[in-house]
Design a protein around this ligand. Sequence first.
Ligand SMILES: [Zn+2]
Length: 317
Amino acid sequence: MGEGFVERKKCPVCEEVKSESIFEEPYGSQLLIQYLESFYGIRGGVDLSKVREGIYELVKCSFCELIYQRYIPNDAMMNTLYERWLDPAMIYEKFEKNHAKEYYLGLADEVAGIIGFFDAKPADLEFFDFGMGWSNWCKMVQAFGVNVCGAELSQARIDHAKNHGLEVIGLSELSEKRFDFINTEQVFEHISNPRETLALLVKGLKNNGLIKLSVPNGFDIERRLKVNDWTAPKGSINSLNPVAPLEHINCFKTKNLDILADKVGLKRVKVQVNRALKPKEKIDMKEKIKGVLRPIYRLIVPNSHPFDTTYLFYKKK
Ligand SMILES: [Zn+2]
């Protein structure tokens, strides 16, 4: 399977050992070499000799039906992947510095919506961003007057956060903290042990606190795998981004996240966000259109949130 890989012998959500293989392709195949070179080429560059002997295999858990990558990079390869193949400096220049104003408006909108959930002044709230990336969410939360800190693995991103006056904490400190809100945005699909990690986060949550799980939407991944178009751009209807080799090692549908949450004592709650900055009438009309024409809307607006994201909120049972 390649020396940089480890095999996951049980489902990372429900621990079931039985699974069905639904897709298999050697990393040394032309298909995956082309994918890896085009994806990582503009982000840092992949060392093919490290992955060539590995196998990209997706399995479906026989119990909870989570689709996950059986062979995942070991700690050393994960580190190389996230620090070199995805070169932080290159990513910052090419992607981080090119966000459109709509991206920041979306963040402001979301943060305002989340604050609105709590019956408290912003200054009395404590938020935490798990996997804070380049701190955009934390910076926005701070601008709204809420106390915020984050956690991050990447040293370049930790340095960035500290240079912007943000507090970065280690996961070992979580049990001493009590947060009103914990944000996880595009994080859990990358994590080898999502259940243990979520259980750890719950320890840092207030009894009436809220946690957000937002991951790529795996709802129709089996159809996309049949199409098997590894060149489909992220956000397009055939994109295989939800099962991106090496990185998106867990592919969640809503049901899988609900099971994961249930295992660590959480239940799903409905929270209305992403609407604080929009006039009410407009939202209602948009919601109606989405409800009726959801599949068509998706074709017209392929990058539209929330169709590309499984975006859910949970609180303690
Ligand atoms: Zn399972």
